[in-house]
Design a protein around this ligand. Structure first.
Ligand code: IVH
Length: 673
């Protein structure tokens, strides 16, 4: 018979192991053991506890929630995309936001714009589908397009009505809101999770809903996705109706107009935030009028009609141990301070950005200095200032490298023609894959959520595979040596199979995501979409690698000199061209489905002069919503030149010379109608 000592040792090793796997799961980039091995380990621990009463641990699966969230949820497409929000930090950001909106909507008095002001609870968003008054499907946000089916787990939440008997409840509606854990409830389990958000997320994603039940989750509703019979006029009105239907809404929701009032309310609320029973990281402002919301629409992943006003940062003092240079995907060299780990607002921070050389000089930051470090929400922590009183004289100045620390290419600064100044940011002058560090970052971008979205190829894995020469260029991903990978530490049959599946799945990709994945500088999601709508299929995009016909792009609204120059640089590089050419036959890049229903189908438009009662931006977006295309200059491809007040006469003349129809704003309206 084993001694008590030995049994305790065995038990503690198993608990440690379990903890490690739980943690690995949260750091998604690390694959963990198979579900069955995990369950075996858990069973072992429980058996030991049953046999030997003296064994106890707060990390025991008997007391903690089942811990390892499952990866195996079915996925389902959201009927209406789940968007994210852009951030504002101060009065100026908000003024800017409001200015853009009033310009777009052609509103003169922005003080009249009403906002629905709602606390931004830091939890996990969920979408609940009700059909015929019954809760039938619950999805996590996922990547915003497709979420995980977590219906049964959501069903365990008391705040979520399962049946709604109100007369005016729509036949078919998605109710959206935040799943979170109250601060008091979190106190009881805080040893096991980094923060309330992790606890909520871990609990929601349990395979066994009985595990979810162990943690008291709450739900607050704040918006809708799909809705069959839509009859609300205002967001605030909708919130009130949600309450009538039996949902919890936030008690602190308000309606406010005017940026100054928003800021005042923000200050008041910020002082109160620690007394609330939920974690908040700011306030959300939504244009209250739902018709205006519809007109404003969205850009890439975020609505034009809403913004998150974040709370000010937490800060702490720490010592700079060293300064290192980080190389980004676009070659930007960022100095990063390695600091003595310090807890800032509940998160342990050991790196803080120094932005660029000018900032280091301006703030006179030296290695060995004691500095104030600030962190706000999910923004990268940064060094605010030096505590000069703490200087001993032993501190060392940092000299910024003249060559890229990775590939030794010259470090350059871009010249900005508009501001007539050199950028503060210094860059490695090599193009893409020639620089090792840039190459790694480019591959991380290639597999990221908004590009190829390959699960199991997180940042850490990409770095490891790069070191092991398993992946050097993007196409290597599609011919991985799985028998080699399965033998690596931390990998097993199951994780390799999952990776294989996820890579296979990623091969079918939309043209815009493909273009975005290439990581061409200045070609973000918006521009990638624009290019995909111009080229329509991969064959015509690929022709750029042969004909270098970049000037044709200049007529595209949104493609400026900067973008075109960047495309040129990209395609003049042989490795890039090779990457594109090798990827194409491996993938199934889908053609762009043109909106065939629109009245302006196959027609191109350009606007000149001031339009009446509508902003240029909205006129363009209306044209596009009706399948028309916007061009940037007058050329043979243009069908209509729409003229407002005081048009550029040169453009009209050019159009007449080319036999292009010149029409008034009213005539353009007629085409739409
Ligand atoms: S509205 C407009 N309202 O914030 C589309 N989101 O960064 C955004 N959130 O994923 C949703 N409180 O998890 C909205 N009152 C609120 C919110 C809220 C918290 C979260 C939500 C979303 C994220 C967007």
């Amino acid at each position: 018979m084993k001694s008590r000592n030995l049994i305790e040792k065995e038990y503690s090793i198993k608990i440690k192991e379990l903890k490690k796997y739980n943690k690995l799961y949260y750091d998604k980039s690390n694959p963990s053991i198979s579900d069955s091995d995990y369950d075996k380990l858990k069973k072992n621990i429980l058996e030991l506890e049953n046999n030997f009463e003296y064994l106890k641990s707060i990390d025991s699966p008997s007391t903690s929630i089942g811990a390892k969230p499952s990866k195996k949820f079915l996925k389902s497409k959201h009927r209406v995309k789940m968007l994210s929000l852009s951030n504002a930090f101060d009065f100026n950001d908000l003024k800017n936001f409001e200015k853009k909106i009033s310009n777009y909507l052609n509103i003169n008095n922005s003080n009249l714009i009403e906002y629905s002001v709602e606390p931004k609870i830091d939890g996990i968003s969920a979408s609940l589908t009700y059909k015929n008054k019954k809760f039938i499907l619950g999805l996590s946000r996922g990547d915003g397009i497709e979420g995980e089916v977590i219906t049964e787990n959501l069903r365990t939440i008391k705040d979520i009505p399962k049946v709604i008997n109100e007369k005016n409840f729509p036949e078919d509606i998605d109710i959206r809101g935040e799943v979170y854990i109250g601060k008091k409830d979190f106190e009881k389990i805080k040893d096991r999770f980094a923060n309330p958000r992790n606890a909520a997320s871990g609990s929601l994603r349990q395979k066994d809903p009985n595990e979810t039940k162990k943690i008291p989750l709450k739900f607050i509703a704040y918006t809708f996705g799909f809705c069959s019979d839509f009859k609300f006029k205002k967001q605030s009105e909708f919130l009130d109706i949600l309450k009538l239907w039996g949902f919890n809404i936030n008690d602190h929701n308000k309606v406010i107009s005017g940026v100054s009032n928003l800021v005042q309310n923000h200050q008041e609320f910020e002082n109160k935030r620690f007394d609330l029973n939920f974690d908040v990281d700011g306030l959300v402002y939504k244009i209250n009028d739902l018709d205006l919301q519809k007109r404003l629409g969205f850009i890439a992943n975020a609505p034009r009609w809403a913004i998150a006003h974040k709370f000010s940062a937490d800060s702490s003092f720490s010592k700079i141990l060293n300064i290192e240079i980080q190389i980004g995907r676009t070659g930007a060299l960022t100095p990063v301070a390695k600091i003595k780990p310090v807890n800032i607002g509940g998160v342990v921070v050991s790196n803080a950005t120094l932005h660029n050389e000018e900032e280091i000089i301006r703030k006179d930051i030296r290695i060995g200095d004691t500095v104030k470090v600030e962190r706000a929400g999910d923004v990268i922590p940064h060094v605010l200032s030096v505590d000069l009183k703490k200087r001993s004289g032993q501190e060392k100045k940092f000299s910024f490298p003249k060559q890229c620390p990775s590939c030794r290419s010259k470090v350059i600064k871009d010249y900005n023609k508009i501001t007539k100044k050199y950028d503060a940011v210094q860059r490695c002058s090599s193009e893409g894959y020639k620089c090792e560090k840039i190459a790694i970052e480019k591959i991380k971008h290639f597999v990221s959520k908004d590009a190829f979205n390959i699960e199991g190829l997180g940042k850490k894995v990409v770095e490891k595979f790069w070191d092991l020469k398993i992946i050097k260029l993007p196409f290597d991903i599609f011919s991985l040596n799985y028998s080699k990978i399965v033998k690596l530490e931390g990998w097993g049959e199951l994780s390799v199979n999952n990776l294989k599946k996820s890579i296979e799945k990623s091969k079918v990709i939309n043209l815009d995501k493909f273009i975005f994945s290439l990581g061409i500088r200045h070609i973000g999601q918006e521009n990638a979409k624009l290019l995909s709508e111009y080229f329509l299929n991969i064959e015509s995009f690929r022709k750029l690698t042969e004909n270098f016909n970049f000037n044709s792009l200049s007529s595209l609204d949104g493609m400026g000199e900067t973008q075109i120059k960047s495309l040129k640089n990209f395609f003049y590089d042989k490795i890039n061209v090779n990457v594109v050419n090798k990827l194409i036959p491996i993938l199934e890049i889908e053609k762009v489905e043109q909106n065939k229903k629109g009245k302006l189908k196959n027609k191109t438009f350009m606007f000149t002069g001031k339009l009446l009662n509508i902003s240029r931006a909205e006129a363009k977006s209306l044209t596009e919503k009706n399948s028309g295309k916007i061009l940037n200059n007058v050329n043979k491809k243009l069908d209509y030149l729409v003229i407002g007040e005081k048009p550029t006469t040169k453009k009209i003349k050019q159009a007449r010379d080319l036999n292009i129809k010149v029409i008034s704003q009213a005539e353009w309206r007629k085409l739409l109608n």
